[in-house]
Design a protein around this ligand. Sequence first.
Ligand code: IOT
Ligand code: MG
Ligand code: MG
Length: 511
Amino acid sequence: MMTPTLPAATGFLVSARQGVGRAPGPVFATMGAHESVAEALRTQTLDAVLVHSGSAEDAVARFGDTALVLAGELYNREELLTLLPSGSDVRTDAQLVLALLGVYDLHAFRLLNGRFAAAAALGNRVLLATDHAGSVPLYTLPAPGRVLAATEIKALVPSTADTPPAGRPVADAPRVRRVPGVHQVPAGTVLDLDVRTGTAVTSRTWAPPLSRRVMSEAEATAAVRTTLERAVRARTAGGTTPLVVLSGGIDSSGVAALAAAHTHGPLDTLSMGTETADEFAEARVVAGHLGSAHREITVPTADLLGQLPYAVWASESVDPDIIEYLLPLTALYRALDGPPRRILTGYGADIPLAGMHREDRLPQLDTAVAYDMATFDGLNEMTPVLSGIQGHWSTHPYWDRDVLDLLVSLEAGLKRRYGRDKWVLREAMSALLPQETVNRPKLGVHEGSGTTSSFSLLLMDAGVPDADVHRAKSLVVREIFDRVVVEGLDPAVVSTTDAVDQVAARLKETE
Ligand code: IOT
Ligand code: MG
Ligand code: MG
């Protein structure tokens, strides 16, 4: 199986109903054509609207009384194929998952390493599954007789009005802010719903490792190099030239170096900056070393802040810190016009390696890793919709299931060593990159683009006192979420400045 530029589908809305009825109308931030499919099973009907870029039929699989839709892609196809009888007629990822469901039932989802959300209907059951990281967000509105599910909250909002039966609570699945009855399917989870009652049984298919492995330096660096290489390879197979969003830090430079080594062909790299801050010089060093076709995009700070509604609309996240990481990337993707691209990022490397925490004491470092691995779910920082609003597909090799399992589980002394953070990764990549890149101190995307400071300044200019800035950011993000997700407004008509002024006024009143 070749990897096309984009997966067969990049999003979906499904409606599983007893008997027949009307499928809801779709609303997605993800760009793409919409294809409706209807699968009439013995006791239920599965209607789906798929967001796709040309081969929607590949995202649907049907066999006997089971139908499945898949948004996203798998990274361990070859391994999975060995589980099926030789000569099995499996061409697409959706067919592969369907065949595995036939053998393992819902335990099939424990086998998958991928970036996907899936919905399957069989008998009276509806299975809703996320990948290990929940990297393709998935939401559900279950009610007696009808289960709705979608990869974006906003796709479920209009239909809440015409769903008279109250949504069912779903154990272990958090509710979505201000959208009654809608729950987010947790990361690494299958919900097994009964379409007759709308009740769900939850099975976890992945959990972050809690134990830590002892390895020699050589063993650890070799394992990181090999595992990451495999993850990059699985994401770049096929004829399309990959694009790496490159900051010139060790995380994205490592991905770019492995992509260059693997494709032996053209590699594109892209950096963003603002007029207040950029990492252009550092990224140029890497692009020059790898011989990539490199491009720089400068976004004026006012434009960057003006795109806050797009970042919230795409990510459907209400976490102000996450939004500060995602805003510069949103602006970068939106500026990337032209045909759909397959984008690789270095996103997420700092979570298992505690890069964000600038912590050199081992106990505190491992506390940070454990905390971050216990709290990432629901933040939507890996969502493909971020680049999907411009029609691109993004994927994050550091959150490949195998890479993540390895990085999390390394004992803290391999992460911080000889006074260097992310030591094991730097060491693993040192033969592929210039020494100045290998040794470069960490700089977050929110710092390198000036996003955090310019957002703070915007609030302080509106009269928010210094001490209230973080809380105000949180309120601004919620305000915008309520406009672009809950009310379904177009982000183009929602103004960051208006939200900031409202929040500043509200804070003044409650002083
Ligand atoms: P950072 O690691 O700086 O950036 C994440 C990725 O975004 C980079 O690897 C790169 O692919 C891309 N990127 C960053 N800056 C640029 C740029 N100027 N131009 C082009 N591409 C760029 C925040 C962070 O430090 O970003 N993200 C953390 C995790 C956040 C914490 N989350 C959590 N605790 N749940 C990360 O690990 O990526
Ligand atoms: Mg990083
Ligand atoms: Mg960085």
